[in-house]
Write a protein that binds this ligand. Structure first.
Ligand code: MG
Length: 383
């Protein structure tokens, strides 16, 4: 008789039957830095996903800027909704390619935890301020959060995630890190490549959507972008008399579907040709096997360049960026000048992590609104 509760071992056998040979099996994980007993019915990657969702850093994503600061309107994406859109797209791609959906999901849910308040502007300032201490990078910061900064467990710092989730977070390159980095291969796992692609598909589309909604992008400007023109034509052909907000939503819908479908189809073709016999076969491939067809790749680049030129470098967005740089820089310098301004738990880490790094961890972890409130309280900076 089939037992009522599906055990982890049973689930592992289902993975063997369901997943492609090049998918990462949960039972074949390289494990955690601190060995722990396995769970009765959740796989290692399902536990990673749950640990990420239960973390404080995950909850703070709600009040971190994607492109539009949160007080500009309730309908714009923030880092939390961006993360959820990206992880959902990642799960769709992973299922279609018979990759490990749980691993792709865990990586996608974690991928933005290390973002500073106010988006990339905050990251640039901290990188300059820490130039003598190894700099600052949001992917590396994500790894610091999951490896060191979350304090939920009695026996270790961090969330003690599996090597595969950490590999997906790490993305590229080795750097000084207080605990052992996951082994680096020429390419990331298929699941990490999926999480990367899903992140980009999510932000290209929702930034376009938010850009149009805000009026920072004018519909006529977008006529120059082939992918958008086609998506818009699809939407108009389907519902020619639909009101503008519905047409925009349908165009975004068509664009997401087009990008996902091309990524899945082109990747499936490359995977079939290379036929990696295992998950490590994908990692050892000299280049990424996941990706778009050459034609869509070219047009994706065109869309991305368009957004960089017209949205991310829009004067209104840059104004927010300058304000962010002012707030983050001033906070960091104020704490450096007088560490008594810091909460005790930050000062307690000076000895182990170094003063500058501990302060950067604290500032980077702030939400936009907390950073503003601190700047007002400490510095009488008007924000
Ligand atoms: Mg992202």
């Amino acid at each position: 008789m089939t037992p009522l509760v599906r055990s982890r071992e049973e689930y592992g056998r289902e993975e063997d039957a369901r997943l492609a040979p090049y998918a990462q099996r949960s039972a074949a994980s390289r494990g955690r830095l601190h060995p722990e007993p396995e769970h009765a019915y959740r796989t290692a990657f399902q536990r990673d996903r749950d640990r990420i969702v239960h973390s404080r850093a995950f909850r703070r994503l709600e009040y971190k800027t994607q492109v539009f600061v949160h007080h500009e309107g309730d309908h714009y994406r923030n880092r939390l909704t961006h993360t959820l859109e990206g992880s959902q797209i990642g799960r769709t791609i992973a299922r279609a390619l018979r990759a490990n959906e749980d691993l792709a999901e865990a990586i996608a849910l974690a991928h933005d935890l290390g973002h500073t308040p106010f988006g990339h502007a905050g990251e640039r300032v901290l990188d300059e301020l820490l130039c003598d201490e190894g700099g600052f990078d949001h992917n590396r910061q994500t790894l610091r959060i999951v490896d060191l900064l979350e304090d939920r467990y009695p026996d270790f710092r961090g969330l003690n995630l599996t090597a595969e989730t950490r590999e997906g977070i790490l993305k590229h390159g080795a750097f000084p890190h207080p605990v052992a980095l996951p082994a680096l291969f020429p390419s990331p796992s298929l699941e990490a490549q999926i999480a990367d692609a899903a992140d980009e598909i999510a932000y290209l589309n929702h930034d376009l959507d938010d850009g149009l909604r805000s009026g920072l992008l004018a519909p006529a400007q977008l006529d120059a972008v082939a992918l958008w023109r086609e998506a818009r034509a699809t939407a108009e052909a389907r519902a020619p008399r639909a009101p503008e907000p519905v047409l925009r939503a349908q165009a975004v819908r068509a664009l997401i579907d087009g990008l996902v479908t091309d990524w899945v189809t082109a990747s499936a073709g490359r995977l079939a040709q290379a036929a990696p016999p295992s998950a490590d076969g994908v990692r050892r491939a000299p280049g990424r096997l996941g990706g778009y067809s050459p034609d869509v790749e070219r047009r994706r680049r065109e869309l991305k360049d368009f957004l960089y030129r017209n949205l991310y470098h829009h004067p209104d967005v840059l104004r927010m960026t300058e304000e962010a740089e002012r707030v983050i820089g001033a906070l960091f310098r104020a704490y450096r000048a007088d560490p008594r301004r810091l909460p005790e738990h930050v000062r307690a880490r000076f000895a182990e992590d170094g003063e500058a790094r501990a302060i950067a961890d604290y500032v980077a972890g702030m939400t936009d609104r907390f950073a503003r409130a601190e700047a007002r309280r400490l510095l009488e900076v008007r924000v």
